[in-house]
Design a binder for this molecule. Structure first.
Ligand code: C2E
Ligand code: CA
Ligand code: CA
Ligand code: CA
Length: 279
């Protein structure tokens, strides 16, 4: 009764009604974009402490027929509400597998890993493992080159199922990273239960690193925790040389951020790669 009450209020508020209409239009447009395969992967480099490129994070972009290139802030929240996010994730996963298979054929790119963002919706689908297996088989990609980025909050929806699903995927050789680590307020006990490979320090901590002492303390703590659990740490949102040097001194050994490279379309990423001294 409460919900329908809200609905009827909306109908009489022209501004809200307009907002609802705009959202419905965007939903339909996302459906059309998915059909037309307008969602494409951009690649943002990830590097190790030696400055070597270890791979990239796949970030979805919408190459819209009329509006041009759109970033996730334009479509992610509506895609989540409309339960379309999993379709976007699947298209990214599929394209990531195809790309890994192509890179495997060349020695300079064969060890590159791709990290793909996963929505809760997709992780909890019972046919998720089946779909991954299908992408791997179709492409011939090596699952060990594939990393999935999850957030803490999505794991807490149903920890038992999440663990089981992750264990299955780990058996295939797939890796896991916890995205935005440190921002979901949670007990850390769960970390031991999950088959993780990496913690990804949220960019808010990196941004505050040379400004607030507390950020340095938090990053130090994350690195110590990761070390004791035998996990890799990657910092995202690294924009300055000073942040980079500071992170190195704190024993964070993997990096991603504008300082090294922005998210790039495939051709640009490949030409960027070919200009890297150590790739
Ligand atoms: P995220 O997974 O935390 O990705 C990092 C975001 O930070 C990306 O924004 C990236 O472009 C941006 N970034 C990278 N380096 C820097 C830097 O040095 N400085 C600053 N200021 N920003 C930097 P983007 O590409 O707009 O993506 C935003 C969010 O959308 C992502 O945050 C992720 O949550 C979501 N997203 C993107 N692609 C996908 C996808 O395929 N599936 C799902 N489920 N979510 C996605
Ligand atoms: Ca991510
Ligand atoms: Ca992140
Ligand atoms: Ca995020």
């Amino acid at each position: 009764a409460k919900a329908s009450g809200k609905q009827s209020i909306r109908c009489f508020d022209p501004a809200m009604q307009e907002e609802v209409n705009a959202r419905l239009l965007l939903e339909d447009d996302i459906r059309r974009g998915l059909q037309a395969q307008e969602f494409i992967p951009y690649f943002q480099p990830q590097l190790n402490e030696l400055g070597q490129v270890t791979g990239a994070e796949v970030l979805a972009r919408w190459q819209h027929a009329e509006r041009g290139l759109l970033t996730p802030n334009y479509f992610i929240s509506v895609a989540e509400q409309a339960e379309l996010i999993e379709q976007i994730d699947l298209q990214m996963l599929r394209q990531a597998c195809l790309q890994l298979a192509l890179w495997q054929q060349t020695s300079t790119t064969s060890s590159l890993r791709l990290a793909v963002n996963l929505s809760a919706r997709l992780l909890y689908r019972t046919d998720f493992v089946e779909m991954i297996l299908q992408f791997l088989a179709e492409s011939g990609a090596d699952p060990r080159q594939l990393k999935l980025e999850l957030t803490e909050t999505m794991l807490f929806d149903d920890m038992t199922t999440a663990i089981a699903r992750m264990q299955e995927l780990k058996k295939l050789g797939i890796r896991f990273s916890i995205d935005d680590f440190g921002t979901g307020y949670s007990s850390l006990a769960y970390l031991q239960k999950l088959p993780l490979n990496q913690l990804k320090i949220d960019q808010s901590f990196v941004r505050a690193l040379l400004i607030e002492d507390s950020s340095e303390a938090i990053i130090k703590a994350i690195c110590a925790l990761a070390d004791s659990l035998d996990l890799e740490v990657i910092a995202e949102g690294v924009e300055t040389q000073a942040q980079y040097q500071k992170l190195l001194s704190l024993d964070c050994l993997h990096f991603q951020g504008y300082l090294f490279g922005r998210p790039m379309p495939l051709a640009e990423f490949e030409s960027w790669l070919s200009q890297q001294p150590s790739s």
